[in-house]
Ligand binder design. Structure first.
Ligand SMILES: Cc1cc2nc3c(=O)[nH]c(=O)nc-3n(C[C@H](O)[C@H](O)[C@H](O)COP(=O)(O)O)c2cc1C
Length: 170
């Protein structure tokens, strides 16, 4: 698939088949995330991969994610980033950390689409509960998580603003 086709084929998947994702595919996803640019090449992101039903149950018990479909994905990727190595970690560093996490996750999401996998960014999460259940160090920010698996739903109509509303020549 060329890049245009991958971008066209990506959509938010909220219903997954139960098939597990082979480890070699997960490694390909992590690798493209690793290749993404980061501010000052800080590379402070960390992706925690949740496969076990036991952990999913614990996260559900704590209501770490508000939407039940997240727990039904074969894997849940916790997209985390440590802002402390950036200059000014409380302000600009925090902003850059979240940008870096987002860019690398987007590489991952597009690669997943190319490999036939479905993903959904999920930002309605309880960051503290996730850290508590998974024992993730407090210094990490978790802007969103990405449930991932083989889609059990077809792509619907894409609702987007007209192109003309998306830019302005000034
Ligand atoms: C930062 C971010 C946070 C999101 N959070 C959620 C969420 O908590 N739950 C959800 O179901 N979808 C979430 N989405 C998915 C969006 O609703 C979705 O991308 C949008 O409606 C466009 O649909 P599409 O991805 O199918 O093109 C989020 C997307 C982004 C980029």
């Amino acid at each position: 698939m060329n890049l245009d086709k991958v971008i066209d084929a990506r959509y938010s998947v909220r219903k997954f088949k139960s098939d597990e994702i082979p480890d070699d595919l997960i490694k390909k996803l992590i690798n493209v995330a690793r290749l993404a640019p980061t501010a000052r090449n800080t590379q402070s992101q960390k992706i925690y991969i949740i496969n076990s039903n036991d952990l999913k149950d614990k996260l559900k018990k704590e209501q770490a994610f508000k939407q039940d479909f997240v727990y039904t994905a074969p894997s849940i990727l916790i997209c985390a980033v440590d802002p402390t190595p950036y200059p000014d970690p409380e302000e600009r560093g925090k902003k850059f950390a979240i940008i870096d996490c987002t860019i690398s996750s987007t590489f991952l999401v597009l690669k997943a689409t190319e490999l036939g996998l479905g993903t959904c960014y999920v930002g309605v999460i309880d960051e503290n509960k996730i850290k508590q259940v998974l024992d993730i160090p407090d210094k990490y920010l978790i802007p969103f998580v990405i449930p991932i698996g083989y889609p059990d739903i077809k792509q619907g109509e894409r609702k987007r603003k007209p192109l003309e509303e998306f830019y302005e020549k000034i």
